[in-house]
Design a protein around this ligand. Sequence first.
Ligand code: SF4
Length: 212
Amino acid sequence: MLKVNEIYFSIQGESGYAGLPCVFIRLTYCNLRCTYCDTEYAFYDGKEMSLDEITARVKEYNCNLVQVTGGEPLFQEECPGLLTRLCDAGFKVLLETGGSLPVKDLDNRVIVIMDLKTPSSGMVRKNMYENIDYLKDEDEVKFVIGSREDYDWSRDIISRYNLTGKCKILFSVVFGKMDPRTLVEWILEDKLDVRFQLQMHKFIWSPETKGV
Ligand code: SF4
């Protein structure tokens, strides 16, 4: 059984899959407490569901793209089993993880979208850098940037771990805290080979809206 905060159908707001219709499975619990967290409602609330129940519910939406997110989805031991079950059922499966728990034993059909927590998150010490060794070229590493310090740190990490060419690299701003234009200007100045993104759903709906 897994504790599920919500299952809903929307468009992908971020990542290389932004703009595509997608079913989201938000699992309860998170082992981190980022300063800018926008899903605190997923820390405790939820309903126990079996893998069969979750899979049946996802199938109702008739959509091939599924994202397992949180909270921190990998916090629940049965999450890897859910990912494999969804792959076996024929879905294209994305996993959004905070990067503090191991990804090495996950089903290699899963596309991993992994945060590396920047200094302003307050959680930088939790990054599990050995995860980088297990990323595939279609996986994505995400940096959420709220300050110049975060930007410089992210640029150094990309260089130190040779991320360019290893996987996709996403840069976005802490919503409401940093001007997107400033970040874009820094990226262009340094000619960084990264993909800038905005959390599209926060522009379509109001930033506090749940289930989108
Ligand atoms: S990892 Fe995600 S869900 Fe957990 S505290 Fe950080 S932003 Fe919130």
